[in-house]
Structures are given as structure tokens and as C-alpha cells.
Design a protein around this ligand. Structure first.
Ligand SMILES: *Cc1c(COP(=O)(O)O)cnc(C)c1O
Length: 434
């Protein structure tokens, strides 16, 4: 498989180069030169494959010659070695829980796959690569956990001081080994600006082989297709082939929903896609007005979706061959306010005894809006993180304290280690060059 840059100014590359470099030299996102097409017979066979085998078959064409079969099977099996349950909330809304991985967020899937690929590529070379990543919360923990102990890769995480939740902070500051956390006296935007500048800095790029670990990287983006396949396996086992599985995805950078749309484009029989957005609603407005107007991001209670200019939306346009009516046939989007989000956490907990996190709550509201005019339809929402990662919002909404799950209890005894950093590129560069 070859990958081309969506800016069309850089040469095509294989999976390995796309994964190591992250972005094309012309700053475009990489996109597969063809979307693998699954035959009806393959789809039929997929219904009963184990998760590991299914993951291997889905990823095989995308990875091409870059990784041998035995290694890829192992990478896939390790990537998805936790549960992806589909849990009913109401008569017609189910929750696909993507928070049973080690850092309690869906980003574990992409981070685990990508880290294992980079570890494999660095084997036998004596080159060390440095993963630089800015986080508003979930990415940092998932990347730290995914890359912990991977030889030949160092990870530097920049996070905004006081703006991530206590569990998120422990997840990214207690790893040690090859993981370093920088606590930036500023906002997420400051962290992101430093990382962007680092990739363009000649001195830094002479000293380090820099790699980005955000969702523009194909090795993080493409494996996110896998849980759409797993959910579909559960779905057809429950409802058969004739009930469409409509899918509501809480969206920020649109990497997650775009992966689902790739799975559908390759022939997986999925229903309609619904992008649930908070006040950062550039895509919602685009679908309504055909005008794409980027704005500064605004802070909300579903902060992992506070993105003013979603980087993966260009990939959705590529899947849709830039055809606006094809896009609106495949995708609907709703904007949800913080007031509705908080009220929904309380209401769903009370009425249905199901605890949503703020991102899942945005998706739940969007699902209700979509289903309001379609009484016979059903939908799943993607629950992208465990509620305990956002205790302030969730505990206030339900008026109860959340128990800490056993899987993260051990973090509470660990010591935070972070290097304080002023929110300036000069300070960052001085630290990197010393
Ligand atoms: C990252 C994140 C999102 C947004 O996912 P995108 O792929 O950027 O659209 C939604 N919910 C949670 C909990 C996240 O961490």
C-alpha cells in the first residue's frame, strides 16, 4: 500500500515512512492510495472471526510489506487485548464502551498500535526517534502508556498545568523510563504551538529524529477502524443484517469518526454517521451552510473535543471525493451545549442507571436528536472515555462521588514527576538542546 499526501506536493510513501514521519513534507495528511474493498463473502466470514484475527485481516492491506504477517498479528492482538462491550442504555440507543483499555480512553487503541509499529521499525537500527506530543488530557496518557518501555523511542509530552484532571495527570507523569512529561505554564494551545514549531526547527531536527503521535499519523488513525468492526459483529449477532447500525461519534479532530467512515467505504455495512460536537461546531455549521469557517477553539466540559479546526476533516472529504451531497447523505452533525451535556449526564444516570462521561453525553444528545424523527431506527454512541477521567463535571451532575476503578487505583500511590516549563518555544528549545 502506498500513501499520498492530500496536499499532492510530496512523493508517495509506504506505511513505514508514513508512520515514522507522521505528516508529509508538504504538510499534507497521508491517505491510502486505494481503500481496500471487502467482498460479500469476506464480510460474511468476518462475522465469526476472533477479534485478533479480524484486526489482522483489516490492517493487513494498509500495512503492506512494511511489517511481516507474524509480527502484525502479534501487534494487532496486543493492541486490542481488552473488551469493547456494546451496552444497551435505552430501547434504541446502545453504548459502545471504548474505555476498557489501560488509560480508560479510546485513544489507547491507536496509541498501542502506533507504538508497537514504531518499536518494530526501530529494531536493528541504532537510531532513536523522539515522539513529541501535546495533550489536553487523554492523548498524553494513552501515548505514555503505549510507548512505555519501547526501545529506540523516547516520548516527550507537553501538557497545560492545572488543566488536565488528576487521573489524567498521574497517567502521564508517573511512567518514568523513556517517557518525560513537561508541565507547561499555559494552555493546550501553547503546548501545541511549541510542538508545531519544533517540527520546523532546523537545529532540533539535526539533533533528533522527531515524530508526531497525534491522530494525523496513519498508524494511530487507521487502527481506530477496528472497534467499528467489533461493534458490527455484536450488532449482526443481535439484530441480523437488516437493521442499520447508525453510529454517533463525539468528535473533536474527527479522526475517530473518519476511521469509521473508512471502514464503511471499504464495504463494512454500517448505517448513517452522526458527528456529535460541542460549541466547537465548524463541521455542524459546514453541513448546514456549505461554508467552512474555522474559529478559535472555545473551552467546554467535553474538553477533548475543543478543536477549532479539525485536522482529519480533509480525510472525510477525500473519502467523499469532495462531493458535498455525498457527504450530507453519509453524515449528519449536531451541536450540543454544555448545559444539555451536564443535564444529560444527570438524566441518563437517573432514568436509565447508566453513567455517561461528558463526551458520551454529547453523543447521547445527538443520538436522541437523530432518532426523534426516526422512531423505528436504532443507534450506537461511542463512549470514548471513562467518566472517572472527568470527575469535576460528572460528580457535580449526579451529586455523588465516583469510585476509582481498580484498574487506575495503583496510580494514586505514585509520585508525579514533571519538568516545569515556561509557555515559550525558546524555553522548550533551550531544554531540548542542553
Ligand atoms: C480525543 C477524544 C475525542 C475526540 O476524538 P477525535 O478523533 O479527535 O474526533 C472524544 N472524546 C474523548 C474522550 C477523547 O479523548
Amino acid at each position: 500500500m502506498q500513501y499520498y499526501s492530500l496536499q499532492k506536493q510530496s512523493p508517495n510513501v509506504d506505511f513505514k515512512t508514513a508512520a515514522i514521519t507522521g505528516q508529509a513534507p508538504d504538510k499534507g495528511l497521508y491517505f491510502p492510495s486505494e481503500i481496500p474493498q471487502l467482498t460479500a463473502a469476506t464480510i460474511q466470514r468476518f462475522k465469526t472471526l476472533s477479534k485478533g484475527e479480524l484486526a489482522f485481516e483489516v490492517m493487513r492491506p494498509y500495512v503492506g510489506d512494511s511489517i511481516d504477517d507474524a509480527t502484525l498479528l502479534q501487534i494487532c492482538t496486543e493492541t486490542i487485548n481488552f473488551n469493547f462491550p456494546l451496552v444497551p442504555i435505552t430501547e434504541n440507543i446502545m453504548s459502545l464502551e471504548l474505555f476498557h483499555g489501560p488509560t480508560l480512553a479510546f485513544k489507547d487503541v491507536g496509541a498501542r498500535f502506533m507504538s508497537r509499529c514504531l518499536g518494530y521499525f526501530s529494531k536493528g537500527t541504532n537510531q532513536t526517534s523522539t515522539v513529541l506530543v501535546a495533550t489536553s488530557g487523554d492523548t498524553g496518557g494513552a501515548v505514555a502508556n503505549g510507548f512505555l518501555g519501547v526501545e529506540g523511542v523516547n516520548v516527550i509530552i507537553l501538557y497545560p498545568k492545572g488543566k488536565v484532571s488528576p487521573i489524567q495527570e498521574l497517567q502521564l507523569t508517573t511512567c518514568g523510563q523513556n517517557i518525560t512529561a513537561l508541565e507547561v505554564e499555559g494552555t493546550f494551545d501553547d503546548c501545541q504551538a511549541i510542538v508545531k514549531e519544533a517540527f520546523m526547527d532546523v537545529d532540533l531536527n539535526k539533533k533528533y529524529t522527531l515524530t508526531s503521535a497525534n491522530s494525523i499519523n496513519v498508524a494511530r488513525w487507521l487502527p481506530q477502524q477496528l472497534y467499528y468492526f467489533f461493534a458490527w459483529q455484536h450488532w449482526v449477532a443481535n439484530y441480523g443484517d437488516d437493521v442499520p447500525m447508525n453510529i454517533v461519534v463525539p468528535s473533536g479532530n474527527f479522526g475517530n469518526i473518519c476511521a469509521g467512515m473508512m471502514a464503511k467505504a471499504s464495504g463494512l455495512p454500517l448505517g448513517h454517521f452522526i458527528a456529535a460536537c460541542n460549541a466547537n461546531d465548524v463541521v455542524t455549521r459546514y453541513l448546514a451552510t456549505k461554508k467552512y469557517e474555522v474559529r478559535q477553539s472555545v473551552a467546554t466540559v467535553s474538553n477533548a473535543m475543543d478543536v477549532g479546526n479539525p485536522s482529519n476533516f480533509v480525510r472525510i472529504m477525500e473519502i467523499m471525493q469532495s462531493n458535498f451531497s455525498a457527504l450530507t447523505n453519509a453524515l449528519t452533525s449536531y451541536q450540543v451545549t454544555d448545559t444539555d451535556t451536564k443535564a444529560t449526564i444527570a438524566r441518563v444516570y437517573k432514568t436509565f442507571n447508566y453513567l455517561l462521561d461528558p463526551h458520551g453525553a454529547v453523543a447521547f444528545v445527538a443520538a436522541e436528536k437523530y432518532l426523534a424523527t426516526r422512531p423505528d431506527a436504532r443507534a450506537i454512541i461511542l463512549e470514548t472515555a471513562h467518566p472517572v477521567k472527568f470527575p469535576e463535571v460528572v460528580e457535580e451532575a449526579i451529586g455523588e462521588q465516583l469510585p476509582i476503578p481498580a484498574s487506575v487505583q495503583f496510580l494514586l500511590d505514585k509520585q508525579k514527576v514533571a519538568i516545569p516549563l515556561a509557555p515559550s518555544y525558546t524555553a522548550f528549545k533551550a531544554w531540548m538542546m542542553q
